[in-house]
Design a protein around this ligand. Sequence first.
Ligand code: PMP
Length: 365
Amino acid sequence: MSRPTHILDTALDAVGHTPLIRLDKVAKQEGFRCNLLGKVEYTSAGGSVKDRIAKAMVLAAEKEGKLIPGKSVVIEPTSGNTGIGLAMACAIKGYSVIITMPDKMSLEKEATLRALGAEVVRTPTAAPWDSPASHIGVAEKLQRDIPGGIILDQYRNPNNPLAHEYGTGPEIIEAVVSTPPSSSRRSTQKVDVFIGGAGTGGTITGVSRAIKKTHNANCIVVGVDPIGSILALPDTLNATDSGAAYVVEGIGYDFIPDVLSRDIGDVNCWVKTSDDEAFSAVRRLQRHEGLLVGGSSGSALAGAIKWLKESGEGRRIAVTEGVNVVVLLADGVRNYMSKSWFLDMTLHAEPTPLAGMISQILAPK
Ligand code: PMP
């Protein structure tokens, strides 16, 4: 389970095995006494948590004889990261790839996909999921008309949640269990809370099952859903905002994917987050923890902070030393460097006092 140190055969062997890192500065700023921990997925070979399911879906399809090198054309509707994982796997294994992706997804994702040899088709972001114009509708049309076309279908493929049940979840458990408490740092050595965003819902469903089935049946799993999406329960949480546009990529949908289990036994409760909350949490992770995470990681942290401050159970956990609260940080900011939310907090930001001093020193005299 731990990070391999030997020579790897291909980049697919460098999928997953990601670190669990303390978010001590953020915890301290919030006055939390629990252990706030980030599962940092951008260190995976393709740069996100979705590499894991891409690899699992391709390996399973090969085993079932559904993929033929030189013949099969893998087609997938995605917000980009599953596409990147698939394009990476298919570059290595010799399958052609077409990715359909809504317009709002970043240029960086499209460029990465093209670098890996994929064709990319953009679709209107506002198209409902079941319209022929949506990324799902266009992928289905292409599959019907392209010889060898196959959709592995992350929204329905059981290997999506299973990749997290057998990979992401056990890695988190291993890191927590194998870190002994010390005199300065208490730990239950259990995963007490897991918090993550949901797109297909594969991550939260699979990680929850791993933790609850094999490690801690009482773990509290909190789903994070952007304002404008309808995945959260109870439905009243979504009532006022359905259809509102949001900028964060990779989480939230206008339908409930089959692989997302909203059973209370899998996801105990939900928190809604705004773009502003997400991006200011991204900035905190970058500036205070040195973590180059993307937008949905900010949503997950913002959701975690909200739950720890605003729910009764969360408030109790936040002040309990040794309790382990794991937040899933799904991808990295290099996916988003041309996005205005990122430029606004970096290249277009107000000059710092240090920048003023530098200009003064370097000004021609
Ligand atoms: N964050 C990002 C950046 C993603 O690309 C995705 C996948 N759409 C998620 C979070 C959510 O993962 P999942 O599909 O497993 O719910």
